[in-house]
Design a protein around this ligand. Structure first.
Ligand SMILES: *Cc1c(COP(=O)(O)O)cnc(C)c1O
Length: 395
């Protein structure tokens, strides 16, 4: 008999009943150090007092009102995002997938209105993840995501990750947009170098193609800048944001400059819940906290310390770990044993990590994790690795 919850997830036998900062409490009372943050969602950990207060306050006032009316919390969040980024305008969504839908529609509509309606081709990269809707799986293009779901939305070309020479060849006056994650998350914490990001920007400028960056996972302070592309000194034309921006409340956004957004006039897009007062109040508080230069400086300090400790871990366990990759507090450990075994040994050691492609485990701790907690996390990862070593030596 089919379970009452549609069985599309492979769930660990863990049931968390409470969260406190960087910690998750299991039903049986065990306290897990959370290096997953709900896959980069709980940017300020669990039950952050300012976010709780903001949510409670808004909950007393107004939960939902239609986008038929002005929504001051939405306006405030959009103003903050415009103030702190390249963007001139923002559309609020409830998720990264919805942000992907709009980013694709916006890019194509731009060319339609520019008198070039056949310019619909979007170049994306292998290993990408942009969500699970029909457009998002077409954008990712992997067999695993599209197989069995009928006709795939057309107009996407896929290149090997980071292959700038291939992009140079593929991009043309027919390319509507180039779409990529500055650091692939699900794809295994695979970062594009700053130099290559600048090359992508240059190719877009030469051909006129719009650059869409998916910063759903790597954005919102995760790399130590508010958005990852800032390190390369470039700006996109359109950017997808979600996950961390809500700190655990479902929230996403599409940011764009005025030109790229110019096709999206009254009636061309909408959402019932997108931009609702509850989500936007929380999002605005979160952006306020995370965009503070002092906060980001601390993220960079923590990131440097964690990276150094992880390099040490790789050196201590050369049969378990291969290398550290990523940037800021978006780090991956490539494994030499199956990554899911390391995640599972981590559960035994009461530390939470998240598997990704390329046999990587992801470390995406809350951005406000303390130094002591990071040291404890690495001690627990060390215990997990030792457990796997002693199990294999006793075989
Ligand atoms: C998670 C993710 C998405 C999809 O976001 P949802 O909120 O799950 O719809 C899109 N792009 C990237 C890079 C992601 O990590």
């Amino acid at each position: 008999m089919i379970p009452s919850v549609l069985p599309t997830y492979n769930r660990a036998p863990l049931e968390f009943v409470r969260g406190e900062g960087s910690w998750l409490v299991e039903r049986d009372g065990r306290r897990f150090l959370d290096l997953g943050s709900g896959i980069a969602v709980n940017a300020l950990g669990h039950a952050h007092p300012d976010l709780v207060a903001t949510l409670n306050e808004q909950a007393q006032k107004l939960w939902h009102v239609s986008n038929l009316y002005r929504i001051p919390e939405q306006q405030r969040l959009a103003d903050l995002l415009v103030e702190h980024t390249f963007a001139d305008t923002v559309f609020l969504t409830n998720s990264g997938t919805e942000a992907c839908e709009l980013a694709v529609k916006m890019a194509r509509k731009y060319w339609y209105e520019a008198g070039d309606p056949d310019r619909v081709e979007i170049i994306a990269f292998e290993g990408a993840f942009h969500g699970r809707s029909t457009a998002a799986i077409a954008a990712a293009g992997s067999e695993k995501m599209i197989k069995g779901f009928g006709p795939v939305l057309g107009g996407f070309t896929h290149l090997p990750w980071g292959d700038i020479a291939a992009l140079k060849k593929a991009a043309s006056e027919k390319t509507a947009a180039v779409l990529l994650e500055p650091i692939q998350g699900e794809g295994g914490i695979r970062a594009m170098s700053d130099e290559d990001l600048r090359a992508v920007r240059a190719i877009c400028d030469e051909t006129g193609a719009l650059l869409i960056l998916d910063e759903v996972q790597c954005g919102m302070g995760r790399t130590g800048r508010l958005f990852a592309h800032e390190w390369a000194g470039i700006t996109p034309d359109i950017m997808m944001v979600a996950k961390g921006i809500g700190g655990g409340f479902p929230l996403g956004a599409v940011l764009a400059d005025e030109r790229a957004a110019s096709g999206m006039t009254v009636g061309t897009h909408g959402s019932t819940y997108g931009g609702n007062p509850l989500g936007c109040a929380v999002g605005a508080k979160l952006v306020e906290i995370v965009s503070d230069p002092g906060f980001l400086a601390t993220v960079n300090d923590r990131a440097g310390a964690l990276r150094q400790k992880l390099e040490g871990l790789v050196a201590t366990h050369p049969d378990i770990f291969d290398e550290v990759r990523g940037a800021g507090l978006m780090l991956g450990l490539r494994c030499k044993v199956p990554n899911v075994d390391v995640v599972s040994a981590g559960f035994d050691a009461e530390v939470i990590t998240v598997p990704a492609a390329d046999n990587v485990i992801r470390l995406l701790p809350p951005l406000n994790i303390t130094e002591e907690e990071l040291a404890e996390a690495v001690t627990r990862l060390d215990a997990a690795a030792t457990q796997i070593e002693s199990a294999s030596s006793s075989d």
